[in-house]
Design a protein around this ligand. Sequence first.
Ligand SMILES: Nc1nc2c(c(=O)[nH]1)N[C@H]1C(S)=C(S)[C@@H](COP(=O)(O)O)O[C@H]1N2
Ligand SMILES: [Mo]
Length: 387
Amino acid sequence: MEKLTDALAARFASPTRSSRLTVVLGRWLGLSFLVCFATGLFSHGLQNPPSWMFFPTSPAWIYQLSQGIHVTTGLASIPLLLAKLWSVYPELLKWPPVRSLLHGLERASVALFVASSLLQVTTGLINTYKWYPWPFPFRETHYWLAWVITGSLVLHIAVKLPVILANWRRPGRGPAVTARAGDSEPAAAGRWTRRAFLAGVGTTAGVLVLTTAGQSFAWFDPLNVFAPRKMGTGPQSVPVNRTAEQANVKDQAMAPDWKLAVAYQGSRRMFSLAELRSLPQYAHELPIACVEGWSQTAQWRGVRIRDLVAAVGGPADAVLRVTSLEPEGAYRTMDMPTAYVQDERTLVALELNGEILDLEHGYPARIIAPGRPGVLQTKWLQSVEVL
Ligand SMILES: Nc1nc2c(c(=O)[nH]1)N[C@H]1C(S)=C(S)[C@@H](COP(=O)(O)O)O[C@H]1N2
Ligand SMILES: [Mo]
């Protein structure tokens, strides 16, 4: 068996494969995973706030930036991960599969890392297409997988530290700690094919980023050919995530006697659309930044949320619960921390890009706040309560 697997390993050996290549790819992948992890934690925190969470409202595009980077680094990780797997897979054929306790642990951590990373990047990619072909809740699973990946990665890096350090000590270049087929390649040829391979992987990741980042960042819009969303599409030039029909709100939202309830302790005021329009109106350029990766900045106009809170005698540091007309669904209610209530740019928007809000964008009234994930920009408002 050992002979056979050694022969197989030799069969797959290529001057391109070497610990140097694996280390370089590992560095790129590690960096991209780290950035993706940090931005993912930020996004998760905003949606599931821990008690110590800080809620930045400025710049207003902070979440657009963070989520754009999250989706972009996630996409870039796909070719990096595949290339890294290609660079090491002959190692998987080595016999015996477990040589010692440490070796066994190392392999288990690698298996866990590979499986969870592949699952993470593919489900993440599918998610940007708003497709949920699985029975588990996406966000929670995505979140816990991220911790599994990070934990197994830390373990993996700890075990591989000698190889990584040996690679860093180059070009003084002592003998590689765990020599592999490509490592002993003395000729320049090995180095060149390795460089060409790295250039190919880097180009693939770069092109993938450039042709999809336009869904999050307007600068890259002209190059956006592969992303599932395009800027400027949809009613009033803004994409729609969930339609009024899907949310089953059409009749209630179009009802002529619609009123917004604003409540504080015992007192409650009902505002008709005409009354809301007669209050001071403010306009702001703010982005909708969807957790699924797309963003779009638009001009919103309407009533400041803090003016509505003041109108019912609510405190300046109010925390709100906002409820949609939507009869059911995860986005029916939304809690708004005081940082957003106090920010003067947080609006109950009645207009979008100079027109009365389209039904698909939340007519008669919706929330728009700076720096928040799209899922919290509640459409088709029913009530605002001071908690
Ligand atoms: N009531 C309600 N509000 C909602 C949603 C929803 O499903 N129901 N979707 C949210 C999501 S996920 C996003 S990204 C934004 C998108 O706003 P838009 O459809 O006007 O572009 O609305 C948010 N507001
Ligand atoms: Mo969204």
